[in-house]
Write a protein that binds this ligand. Structure first.
Ligand code: FES
Length: 156
């Protein structure tokens, strides 16, 4: 099984619905978007000519059956490159200009409980024992600490 590197991006609360966060992962600029509570990550490099795609305007799809009527769908799922206006699907990376040949790299994301991201503390004294320390007679009062927030994680 091939393990894909995962990167803890931010607490979910720091990328609200409609929000985005642009981060550097493995020397790549990647935009992480919250689209209606679901998270998507795409490369911040437009495949057309290298524009900073993730800084573009986010919108949806407008369709019309007849004059004077229109429907606005897929709200928040389409991003327009700020350089020349090519549009990409945030959920797949698919281009909607020249779609058969152009796609921006997208990455899997998930939301993980903070408690699953940090090892629990506890009674593991191996490091101390290996360093030659032995437990003394006193013990300080201690309290349980847990991480209860959810975090956005990107797999590259
Ligand atoms: S660089 Fe993005 S549309 Fe041209």
């Amino acid at each position: 099984m091939i393990r894909v590197p995962r990167h803890i991006i931010a607490p979910v609360s720091e990328i609200p619905p409609g929000g985005r966060l642009i981060v550097e992962l493995d020397n790549r600029s990647i935009g992480v978007f919250n689209v209606g509570g679901r998270f998507y990550a795409i490369r911040n490099t437009c495949p057309h000519a290298g524009g900073r795609l993730c800084e573009g305007r986010v919108s949806g799809l407008v369709t019309s059956e007849r004059p004077g009527e229109y429907r606005y769908r897929r709200v928040g799922e389409i991003i327009r490159c700020p350089w020349h206006g090519w549009e990409f699907d945030l959920t797949t990376g698919q281009s909607w200009f020249d779609p058969s040949r152009t796609r921006v790299r997208s990455y899997a994301t998930d939301v993980t409980a903070g408690s699953e991201l940090v090892p629990s503390g506890g009674e593991d004294n191996r490091d101390m024992n290996e360093a030659g320390y032995r437990p003394g007679p006193y013990r300080a009062e201690r309290y349980e600490v847990e991480v209860d927030r959810d975090y956005v994680v990107v797999h590259t």
